[in-house]
Ligand binder design. Structure first.
Ligand code: AMP
Ligand code: MN
Ligand code: MN
Ligand code: MN
Length: 284
């Protein structure tokens, strides 16, 4: 068993809403003792070649990664994909389609913010964007911090960017079936990201896990920067209940914003099956 591996299988670069390059992330992962790494940019695999090359240069083992935005039961759910073939055309098309609505959504977010007196948010957010196809709420949050409207990005989300708030625009992302299908069709493993974050009722959560498994999903994040120690215990139990492999990842975005750094989370519990054991032949 390799439950004790320092694997970090969830983080973001400038190719989505992180602030570091794939190369800087690889160096930081190495410095923090990570042994197996995956870069999981939102709805995007444009950074995978650079991440793999950087991982090789640093002597890190690597799994391809992404984090797909999904709409399920009226909520946004994130599905991490690991160990897929990044050249797979269906996966690439699906991700491009998922990214497609972000520009228009961002302009509507900006209109909503203008109505409460915050002008120029679209242009302001764009200054923080590394990938023009991937403007996200995080980039708006950075602009509102820079312009002094809020002290930190958490406050921006709480006051402006979550459901019911002026900068929130409901959005239709990929379906659960499609997201899991694109990942598994490309030879990878689909993993439910940070399940404690969704605020589902027990019935909704049961439906998510059941449908996810029915579509071919095989893993769940147990130890993540988005879970408390108690939530990690809860989802270790859920992983076992549903027969899912367990993943571990910081969800690191930025040295200035992220509470948990790459490679610094507690290890997986030895009773769990780590996702990397099922992906051994996909590790590069
Ligand atoms: P989007 O895909 O544009 O809806 O943006 C989602 C991203 O916003 C997530 O991946 C996080 O990086 C960030 N995010 C969501 N909620 C919060 C929060 N409460 N505080 C800080 N960042 C958040
Ligand atoms: Mn993010
Ligand atoms: Mn996420
Ligand atoms: Mn993430």
């Amino acid at each position: 068993m390799t439950y004790h591996l320092n694997a970090d299988l969830h983080c973001h670069s400038v190719v989505s809403d992180g602030t570091l390059s794939p190369e800087a992330l690889a160096a930081r992962a190495k410095a923090n003792g990570v042994e197996l790494w995956a870069l999981t940019d939102h709805d995007e695999i444009g950074g995978q070649q650079r991440a793999l090359a950087a991982a090789r240069a640093e002597g890190l083992k690597y799994l391809t990664g992404t984090e797909i935005s999904v709409s399920f039961a009226g909520h946004t759910v994130h599905i991490v994909g690991l160990g897929f073939d990044a050249d797979n055309a269906d996966l690439q098309r699906g991700l491009a389609q998922t990214r497609g609505g972000r520009g228009e959504r961002a302009m509507e977010m900006s209109d909503g913010l203008a109505k409460v007196g915050i002008k120029g948010a679209y242009e302001g957010a764009l200054k923080f964007v590394g990938n023009p196809e991937l403007i996200s709420r995080t980039h708006f949050a950075r602009f509102l911090v820079e312009s002094g409207v809020c002290r930190d990005t958490n406050e921006v989300f709480r006051k402006f960017l979550t459901e019911g708030k002026p900068g929130f625009v409901p959005h239709r992302w990929a379906s659960l079936r499609d997201a899991v299908g694109w990942i598994t069709g490309a030879g990878g493993m689909a993993v439910i990201a940070h399940p404690a974050r969704y605020g589902f009722t027990p019935n909704e959560e049961y439906a998510l896990f059941t449908e996810f498994k029915a579509h071919g999903g095989r893993g769940v994040e147990v130890v993540t920067g988005s879970h408390s120690a108690q939530e990690a215990v809860t989802y270790a139990g859920v992983a076992q209940e549903f027969g899912l492999a367990a993943s571990r990842g910081s969800d690191f975005h930025s040295p200035d914003e992220s509470r948990i750094d790459l490679g610094t989370l507690p290890l997986l519990n030895e009773t769990l099956t780590p996702v990397w054991e099922l992906l051994a032949d996909r590790i590069q």
